[in-house]
Design a protein around this ligand. Structure first.
Ligand SMILES: Nc1ncnc2c1ncn2[C@@H]1O[C@H](COP(=O)(O)OP(=O)(O)OP(=O)(O)O)[C@@H](O)[C@H]1O
Ligand SMILES: [Mg+2]
Length: 560
């Protein structure tokens, strides 16, 4: 048994234990270390990782965490009590390892209790056992002593232990490895096991299913295996079919380099909102949760929008060194924060009680919750449509079949330019079906676009005339302008960059004697394109504008 001076010194431990870290985050740090050890142990080896089991037991008296990962030798254990930074950085598996500061274990244990011990064993080696009476160490500092109370037994159990029957509690076979962490003199004893349980499910849901590193990790809390989280548990649960997965491609500059990444998102609606820890985005880095229901990133969260919940995952969000929050000073965080704001605020506006809902006149959560039809309509034509048509995100979840009928009904409902938040930019995915599909169960509404003939159409009750003029454009072969109810199309047979063949074609198209059917068709295709452009300018959603323009040309050729 030897006493040793941890590299960090007693004063450091004293300072650490004065921090106020959330107990869940502290436990998560210890779990992260077990997973890191499991990752490292099989790093670069052909053999598949065996199942990792982590057992957490928590009472008002003590907290223990046991794993069957790689374990530590005495030197490693001593290092672990100090700064252990370089170790993980240099690993071949550095990209997957969660640890980055060499600090988590100390911060976590010192925040949870006044005394901690680590018993650890590598395969085919003796076990070693360190005892760290943090509170006593702090008292020493107070008394001006620099004594060394931390104590390690390098070949067996440490006699200074406070663990009852330690040989029974943790005693792996010679060929096995693992680590056992014991914390007593618990600081905050008023924890709620049920909510810790659910938060652990949130925190480790990427690991409790099979992932690129190996089989699902088994994590037990007070004897109960944690599984998929109950998303939105405290907010009345998830609204069915509201969940949407998407990627947000994002680039930012770091010194002189531009870095491109794709941030993975999952967002949904809960039945209820609320204040503290209602809604928000849980943030994950390297599959580890670094913030539970964050309400800061993107500056979109408010009591009004608290029914929106979700998570996002990116390796570029980093925790701060104390591990009690994210590092919100990094360049990535700041740039990403700005980029996320408009997207999430658009979504938040949809559920705003004053400006939200499908008509922009207010979203009523309670009304929706009681009316499945209204909720379905809102999800299909508001919430999911918003993300599906957002130009900045790439949606990967399929549109729920159960909601498709609402999209079909929509074909016969005029859509004004005042749709809430929904960007009407071109490029959105096509709405299913054409505009002249039979109507849904509701009364067929008056169509806002109607083809008339080769030179005209009706739009919002007005008749527009298409007029072909030969004129100079600003460089392209044709251009158009709306004057009152006339749409003037200018065709320029001397436009820049067109060859003789095209010039001749344009000349023929516009000559008064243009009777050839190919010239006519070409001209009509130009008109079709102009109608499409015109409708987009009138705020008609792209897929619809396209379908209307197509119906116009089909109408001309319907019997030919
Ligand atoms: N369960 C464990 N199994 C094996 N080794 C462990 C375990 N827990 C901790 N260690 C060792 O202790 C060291 C210190 O852990 P600590 O959490 O303080 O730092 P870190 O994980 O390297 O970085 P971070 O501060 O970001 O967590 C680790 O680098 C690892 O070598
Ligand atoms: Mg760590």
């Amino acid at each position: 048994m030897t006493q040793f001076q941890p590299q960090l010194g007693n004063a450091f431990y004293k300072a650490l234990s004065a921090e106020d870290m959330d107990p869940l985050l502290a436990i998560n740090e210890i779990i992260a270390n077990s997973i890191d050890s499991w990752i490292e142990e099989y790093c670069g080896k052909k053999a598949k990782r065996p199942k990792l089991s982590i057992d957490i037991n928590m009472s008002a008296k003590q907290i223990t965490i046991q794993d069957n990962a790689g374990g530590m030798e005495p030197e490693e254990l001593k290092n672990a009590m100090g700064f252990a930074k370089v170790q993980k950085e240099l690993s071949d598996c550095a990209d997957d390892l969660m640890g980055m500061y060499g600090f988590g274990l100390k911060a976590a244990t010192a925040n949870l209790g006044g005394h901690f011990e680590v018993v650890s064993k590598r395969k085919n080696k003796d076990l070693c056992h360190v005892v760290m009476p943090i509170d006593k160490m702090a008292q020493e500092v107070k008394a001006g002593k620099s004594g060394m109370l931390s104590d390690i037994e390098e070949n067996g159990y440490n006699k200074k232990t406070k663990i009852k029957d330690v040989e029974k509690v943790f005693n792996p076979a010679k060929t096995k490895s693992g680590t056992f962490i014991y914390i007593s003199q618990i600081k905050r004893t008023n924890f709620n096991p049920e909510s810790i349980m659910n938060e652990l499910c949130y925190a480790w849901h990427f690991f409790t299913q099979e992932n690129h590193l190996g089989p699902a990790v088994e994590i037990k809390f007070n004897g109960v295996k944690i599984g998929e989280p109950e998303w939105g548990r405290d907010q009345g649960g998830q609204v069915p079919y509201s969940s949407i997965d998407f990627e947000f491609p994002f680039s930012w500059r770091e010194n002189t380099e531009t870095i491109d990444t794709k941030v993975q998102f999952s967002v949904w609606l809960n039945y209820k909102g609320g204040q503290y820890q209602a809604g928000g985005l849980s943030l994950y880095r390297k599959l580890q949760m670094v913030s539970y229901k964050d309400q800061e990133l993107g500056k979109w969260w408010s009591n009004e929008s608290a029914s929106i919940e979700g998570y996002l995952s990116t390796n570029y969000l980093t925790p701060n060194q104390r591990k009690d929050d994210l590092d919100r000073t990094t360049r990535f965080y700041k740039e990403f924060n700005k980029a996320l704001e408009p997207i999430m605020k658009g979504a938040a506006k949809l559920v705003d009680s004053q400006r939200g809902g499908l008509d922009g006149k207010g979203f009523s959560r309670t009304a929706m919750a009681q009316d499945e039809f209204e909720m379905g309509k809102f999800l299909a034509l508001g919430w999911l449509k918003y993300f599906n048509e957002h130009p900045l995100v790439e949606v990967s979840s399929k549109f729920p079949k159960e909601l498709e009928k609402f999209l079909k009904d929509k074909q016969n409902t005029p859509s004004g330019p005042d749709e809430p938040g929904g960007p009407d930019e071109p490029g959105g995915p096509d709405e299913p079906g054409g505009p002249d599909e039979p109507g849904g169960p509701e009364e067929p509404a008056i169509e806002i676009f109607e083809p008339i003939d080769e030179n005209s159409f009706n739009f919002h009750g007005e008749t527009y005339q298409l007029l072909i003029l030969k004129d100079k454009t600003d460089g392209s072969s044709y251009d158009w302008k709306k004057t009152g109810e006339q749409i003037e199309i200018f065709i320029d047979d001397e436009a820049d960059g067109i060859n003789k063949e095209m010039g001749d074609m344009l000349k023929k198209m516009t000559s008064d004697s243009a009777t050839g059917k190919w010239e006519k068709l070409s001209l009509n295709l130009v008109k079709e394109h102009v109608i499409h452009q015109f409708l987009l300018k009138e705020n008609i959603q792209n897929a619809r504008a396209f379908a209307y323009a197509k119906s116009w040309i089909e109408n001309i050729y319907k019997n030919e």
